[in-house]
Design a protein around this ligand. Structure first.
Ligand code: ZN
Length: 353
């Protein structure tokens, strides 16, 4: 399918700060003085390990004349929203604020980013929705930020990185999930790392290429933790959206985790249902990048997942993960198309309705 049908809900669209200086008006007096005194407004505190100058980091037609990809609202409107007829686009801003080790500075910058997103993006186009950026190493301050932003219904999700201080299922993260569930937010887990631990289980790799390929094993580990620690039992209404994770690893994980759970479930008596069942009920994946080599493989992977509710449409704007206009991978059964484009996102994000 060349272009997503009009009315599609795009579940992973990136916006980026032109620089930390744009946050200065959104900081309180104390933090404004702090940031200016330290000169942090002169850095962009970018979290991206990927090479921004590489042609594949952004489609040529999605790259603004000046500044970083993802910083130009007019370009987002003309090249994506208007062109496709997008119903809603969910904005994800990935930024170093999320992983700064100092909890107070991290929280102050996250508050400013959320207010910047509301004022500079959401106020300017009614099709835009967003994820709340949180200081993910401080669950208490993260929960407080979720509570603060919750009255603004245009925020529909809380975004975390797949690799932080501890695996995502660990109980120290539960105040985040509790606050998210209470207000109907999905938890969006995006590719990325705080890089205080090696992004591979073997230790530090030498090359970005290794880091990028290893992200999908990071997602499998994070999902294994969420399932095994009992997050979906403790928070039965919670949905977790894995973004930019690839898709092809998921059936392998579901099969292996379920087989092992059958033999070793005495260890996790709270999980009465298999990992595969819990994934089908609670976990969603965005479709870019799908990382399957052919339409036949796409169809096979969709069949192996065993549910028509797991996949959510995304373009990953402005990154360039697909050929031409084919944001929806070939091989998706026609009957599933509307579910991926509209129905599944509406079910995953109750705050969209
Ligand atoms: Zn993304």
């Amino acid at each position: 399918m060349p272009v997503p049908a009009p009315g599609a809900i795009d579940c992973d669209v990136h916006v980026a700060l032109p620089g930390t200086h744009v946050l200065v008006p959104y900081l309180d007096d104390y933090w404004r003085e702090h940031i200016l005194t330290r000169g942090l407004d002169r850095d962009n505190l970018d979290i991206g390990a990927y090479p921004p100058g590489s042609p594949l980091s952004a489609r040529p037609d999605w790259r603004p004349a000046k500044g970083n990809p993802g910083t130009d609202l007019a370009l987002l409107q003309s090249q994506l929203l208007d062109r496709v007829g997008t119903q809603y686009a969910i904005l994800n801003c990935l930024h170093g604020a999320q992983v700064i080790f100092g909890e107070d500075l991290s929280a102050a910058l996250c508050r400013a980013i959320n207010d910047w997103i509301a004022a500079e993006w959401l106020d300017r186009d009614p099709r835009l929705r967003a994820s709340i950026v949180i200081p993910m190493h401080s669950p208490e301050l993260s929960a407080a930020e979720i509570e603060r932003v919750a009255p603004d219904r245009r925020f529909v999700q809380v975004v975390m990185l797949v690799m932080g201080e501890l695996p995502l299922g660990r109980r120290q993260h539960w105040p985040i999930y509790q606050a998210a569930e209470r207000h109907g937010f999905a938890i969006g887990v995006h590719a990325g790392s705080s890089y205080r631990h090696a992004p591979t289980s073997l230790g530090w790799p030498s090359y970005y290429l290794e880091d990028y390929v290893a992200q999908s094993s990071g997602f499998a580990g994070a999902l294994n933790s969420l399932v095994t620690e009992g997050v979906f039992v403790q928070f039965p209404r919670l949905k977790v959206v894995l973004m930019e994770s690839g898709v092809s690893w998921l059936p392998n994980y579901m099969w292996r985790a379920t087989k092992t759970w059958r033999a070793a479930r005495i260890e996790v008596p709270w999980n009465k249902r298999s990992p595969a069942e819990l994934v089908r009920e609670h976990v969603r994946l965005t479709t870019q990048p799908f990382d399957a080599p052919s339409a036949a493989e796409v169809a096979r992977i969709v069949a192996e997942i065993g549910s028509d509710e797991v996949l959510l449409h995304s373009t990953d704007f402005p990154h360039w993960q697909f050929d031409g206009e084919d944001a929806v991978p070939e091989g998706i059964p026609e009957a599933l198309m509307r579910k991926i484009l509209v129905d599944n996102p509406l079910q995953t994000y109750p705050r969209l309705s």
